[in-house]
Ligand binder design. Sequence first.
Ligand SMILES: [Zn+2]
Length: 104
Amino acid sequence: MEELFRERDFTRIGYCQSILEEAGIATHVRNKDLVGTLTEVPIPEFFPALCVVDPADRERALALLKERFESDAQRSDEEWHCACGEENPGNLDVCWSCGEERAP
Ligand SMILES: [Zn+2]
């Protein structure tokens, strides 16, 4: 078992975990059970930690996550056109004009 990173935001851990599992990398989240009980106490030792089961997967896992975050960041920089014809800034996931969700 090899830890990749700790993150207070459990949603982000879950997101990363799904990226890795999708790529066939076995993962484990430490401190999962503590989430929710310690929200008022920001102690990094108790943050959920995303781990790879096989330490040999570590480099590949980190590269995959980096790649994904870079493409996410790029996506949030790009303006997108809604079906209604409005142009929306990339950091919006729904059209500001009609409320339609951004197409994937
Ligand atoms: Zn729209």
